[in-house]
Design a protein around this ligand. Structure first.
Ligand code: NAD
Ligand code: IPM
Ligand code: MN
Length: 368
């Protein structure tokens, strides 16, 4: 049988730096665990603009559609700010999500015990935190029509449209309820039904799916602004948060800080099952290309390594190996190994991006 396939798209800024550490982990799995992957690599974002003249070439899109999973670093950077809208790096990422129809974006936020004192919140508020944000990823205001900048009555007007169909809400709601079944069986659905019709429909559809198909799951509803506040006040009240594309983007950056750093948060973007029974999938850290620290060896590679661990679990049926990697990371953090973003007043051993990779590989070796 052919080896499982993986397309790596490092992207821009710190993307290639953190991806280099994932490649070492993949090499380790091959060497020490006999797990070979058919790995290919291509460009996305600004790197693709430089290579192909567009933020995602059709040939790359075709490769992404054909593999078992895609692993993406990050896209964007000030260098590309003045490009035409259609050529911006972010358009490449959004095209991948849309054309692969990756409607369920899983963004788990877990607070490793070793980082509980490092969070900007009190230890008691975050210690033991384990929440999962399920963000709708293919619709909403990111993709709704009409959109654009138009001239109206002698001045310009910028327009984006929040748009959700019932079936789009149904499928991501089912993803959230299925995931909740394997966790604490509690879903909080987040919208602004007080001011948005799309929010009213969202709430109605989510409630109908729960009542008809998931009566065992506890369902609550919350307005997005209150959810942002509750995430900071008492985040452990949540198990699964189900929300739309834009609210999910904002709330997941907020949740990242509950874990200590944006450099810790992985994600899986999942679509419909493929012929192999596994979902179409792309894995990516929640953070961006971090232009302020790019090229300095300061980036924390953990979010991207944890994203690859999610790929092992959801795309390759290698949950034990995913757990092995997660445990190795937990150990490294407990040993006080710290990239700059994790360095607090309590100190620790400062390491560079590749130093963190070294420590994780050593912990993996020790796990054998
Ligand atoms: P960002 O996530 O790149 O950075 C925000 C802050 O977090 C910065 O101070 C950065 O140094 C820090 N940070 C992020 N990741 C880190 C890591 N792994 N280790 C240590 N520190 C880390 O967000 P931004 O600055 O608003 O955006 C920069 C660019 O990235 C923009 O072009 C934006 O569109 C893009 N972006 C891309 C993605 C993606 O590719 N998925 C996600 C978010 C932002
Ligand atoms: C993310 C990013 C993206 C988003 C951008 C870069 C398109 O912020 O993945 O969180 O807004 O979805
Ligand atoms: Mn974001």
């Amino acid at each position: 049988m052919a080896n499982p396939s993986l397309l790596i798209l490092p992207g821009d800024g710190i993307g290639p730096e953190v991806m280099a550490e994932v490649k070492r982990v993949i090499g380790w799995l091959g060497e020490k665990r006999g797990l070979a992957f058919d790995v290919s690599e291509d460009a996305v974002g600004g790197a693709a603009y430089e290579k192909y003249g567009v933020p995602l070439d059709d040939s790359t899109m075709a490769k992404a559609q054909a593999v078992d999973a895609v692993l993406l670093g990050a896209v964007g950077g000030p260098k590309y700010d003045t490009l035409d809208f259609a050529l911006k790096p972010e358009r490449g990422l959004l095209r991948l999500r849309k054309e692969m129809d990756l409607y369920a974006n899983l963004r788990p936020a877990q607070c490793f015990d070793a980082l509980a004192d490092f969070s900007s919140l009190k230890r008691d508020v975050v210690a033991g935190l384990d929440i999962l944000i399920v963000r709708e990823l293919t619709s909403g205001v990111y993709f709704g029509e009409p959109r654009g900048i138009f001239t109206e009555g002698g001045e310009r007007v910028g327009i984006n449209t929040q748009r959700y169909t019932e079936s789009q809400i149904e499928r991501v709601a089912r993803s959230a309820f299925e995931l909740a079944r394997k966790r604490a069986k509690k879903v909080t659905s987040v919208e602004k039904a007080n001011v948005m019709e799309s929010g009213i429909l969202w709430r109605e559809v989510v409630t109908r799916i729960r009542d008809a198909e998931y009566p065992d799951i506890e369902l609550g509803h919350m307005y997005a602004d209150n959810c942002a506040m509750q995430l900071v006040r008492a985040p452990k009240q949540f198990d699964v948060i189900l929300t739309d594309n834009l609210f999910g983007d904002i709330l997941s950056d907020c949740a990242a800080m509950l874990t200590g750093s944006l450099g810790m948060l992985p994600s899986a973007s999942l679509g419909a099952p493929m012929a192999n029974g596994r979902p179409k999938a792309m894995y990516e850290p929640v953070h961006g290309s971090a232009p302020d620290i790019a090229g300095q060896g300061k980036a924390n590679p953990i979010a991207t390594i944890l994203s690859f661990a999610m790929a092992l679990r959801y795309s390759y049926d290698l949950g034990d190996e995913a757990t092995r990697i997660e445990t190795a990371i937990e150990k490294v953090l407990a040993d006080g190994v710290r990239t700059a973003d994790l360095m607090g007043p309590e100190g620790g051993t400062p390491v560079t991006t590749s130093g963190m990779g070294d420590a994780i590989l050593a912990a993996l070796d020790a796990s054998l």
